[in-house]
Design a protein around this ligand. Structure first.
Ligand code: GAP
Length: 514
């Protein structure tokens, strides 16, 4: 069986071969951690965004959308804390000259203990067979207990070093746990330094006195600075939310794992403004709603888990991640944060403007508290591709690569395939296409054998293939083939709309959320 690493490599190759994701400026050998979305990728991405936008702004009539600019006044980032504190701890290996994030190296060292535990448990489970009590074994086996204790001790040291911003201690941990550079294999490390992740550029010509500005590292600040604009013009009453989808930029040091960690990426963020003291109940609400949103796609409930933050940002009073089981382990896809009144208060202070809300029910003014939901479009894209990709053996020794994409997200909903390129079949096929294309993204293909054409559609996750043959000309029926089961049935053209709509209309999934 192929390892997870091999499957991940194949998935990356598949994304390129089938027009989902290309390395950016590839003809110049690419640009690290920057990617372009191809003809199928952009459709999938747009469908993810519209699923999110619908769930947030249509299903919640107290959530309004905005689209704020990427460039913002430089004081925004001073107020938000990004200029002073949006840093990653960096360390270089003197022999390989490679740069790493010190926290990532330590997290990997921690994961090695978990791998050792998993190996022991696996071995024991094979040895004891059905009588194996996993929980008991983990609690009592001396070797497993020792690994767990070592992992917990490392975790405690690491969390304390991160919380106290103690860079010397981070380096000491790397030395004590004998972390080696994966390239040179040596422990010849530099000191740990802080590195700001924001990209900067200049606005205005130099002669005019150019000003340094930043490419936004999160979309959230565009929401905060528009809080009163939306509240007043939309006559919004607290609690209410503002949602936004847009690009964000971070000069990530460790550019790895394909589109998981990018330098230019897209976020879908929502800030929910609440009365002070009511933030925990809304934190729970959004935690549950966001998890439901993920699970409603049907990729498998076991692939998601919450991970509460060990290190809370100084302004947060609760934070959790929704993690997804990627081919390289459970990883953060979305964050849900209770950010108190930190951001609005900071903007009030730095701008000198009053950003308070007058609550007519309480007859008092206050700076609202905020619960944020923040998800990366690209990470969501990766999680969906990873969960959908299958190399499926078929009867007779044949096989196919199929993307079991949730139908509401699939780039193309239906493929129209005339059996032959003659006898009036292409003309009839185009007629059928014309009937469907106003409601569904439809693709036409008349090249190669029908088997090959089915495989091509499986590989891009098209839920339905419709074949037009000679019988169609006689009785206005077609063959409809279902992607996942490969089942085929003969149906009247008049029924096609209903059959397709039932599966691909986002309404069916939205209903599960209410
Ligand atoms: N406003 C809060 C915020 O930006 P974050 O945890 O830094 O929080 C939120 O980012 C989400 O944005 C993450 O859960 C992830 O999905 C996505 N994200 C962050 N950095 C990313 C990167 N370098 N590449 C791709 N996605 C990223």
């Amino acid at each position: 069986m192929a390892s997870q690493e091999e499957i991940f490599k194949k998935l990356i190759a598949h994304c390129k071969e089938y027009g989902f994701v290309f390395p950016s400026s590839e003809i110049y050998d690419g640009l690290a951690a920057v990617y372009d979305y191809g003809q199928n990728g952009v459709e999938l991405k747009n469908n993810i965004k519209s699923y999110w936008w619908g769930a947030m702004t249509m299903l919640h009539d107290n959530v309004a959308g905005i689209d704020s600019a990427i460039f913002m006044h430089p004081n925004t980032w001073k107020a938000s804390g990004h200029v002073d504190a949006f840093n990653d701890p960096l360390i270089d290996n003197r022999d390989s000259k490679k740069r790493y994030r010190a926290d990532v190296l330590i997290e990997e060292a921690m994961a090695k203990f978990d791998e050792k535990i998993a190996k022991e448990v696996d071995k024991a489970s094979k040895r004891f067979g059905e009588s194996f009590d996993r929980e008991l074994y983990i609690k009592t086996n001396p070797r497993v207990v020792e690994y767990a204790q070592k992992r917990d001790a490392l975790h405690e040291r690491f969390a304390s070093a991160m919380n106290n911003n103690n860079l010397e201690e981070l380096k000491r941990i790397i030395i004590d746990y004998e972390v080696v550079c994966p390239i040179s294999g040596t422990k010849n490390w530099t000191d740990v330094r802080q590195f700001n992740l924001m990209f900067s550029t200049e606005i205005g010509s130099v002669a005019d006195g150019a000003t340094k500005i930043y490419l936004r590292p999160e979309t959230a600040q565009g929401i905060f600075v528009n809080f009163l604009n939306v509240q007043k013009t939309g006559r919004m009453k607290i609690p209410f939310g503002i949602a936004q989808i847009g690009k964000a930029f971070r000069n990530e040091i460790v550019a790895r794992q394909f589109i998981f960690r990018m330098r230019e990426f897209e976020q879908m963020e929502m800030q929910f403004f609440v009365r002070p003291g009511e933030e925990m109940q809304w934190f729970e609400y959004w935690k549950e709603f966001r998890m439901k949103w993920h699970k409603a796609l049907g990729l498998g409930d076991h692939k998601y888990r919450f991970h509460d933050h060990d290190k809370l940002a100084h302004y947060a009073n609760a934070a959790t991640d929704i993690e997804f089981e990627m081919p390289f382990g459970f990883k953060e896809v979305e964050g849900i944060h209770s950010r108190t009144d930190f951001d609005l208060s900071q903007h009030e202070q730095h701008s000198g403007k009053n950003i308070k809300y007058f609550d007519p029910e309480l007859n008092e003014s206050y700076v609202p508290y905020v619960v944020e939901t923040s998800i990366g479009v690209d990470r969501m894209f990766l999680s969906i591709m990873a969960a959908s990709y299958e190399e499926q053996p078929l009867e007779g020794g044949d096989s196919r690569v199929v993307l079991h994409l949730p139908p509401i997200l699939a780039p193309n909903k239906v493929a129209i395939l005339p059996l032959l390129k003659k006898d009036g079949l292409p003309e009839k096929a185009k007629e059928v296409m014309h009937l469907l294309k106003f409601d569904f993204k439809t693709i036409y293909d008349e090249k190669d054998s029908i088997g090959k054409r089915y495989r091509r559609q499986d590989a891009i996750g098209t839920p339905f293939c419709i074949t037009i043959d000679h019988q169609t000309l006689e009785d206005r029926t077609v063959t409809i083939r279902h992607r996942d089961t490969m089942e085929q049935s003969r149906v009247p053209i008049a029924d096609l709309h209903g059959i397709i709509d039932q599966k691909v209309n986002p309404k069916s999934v939205f209903k599960k959320l209410m």
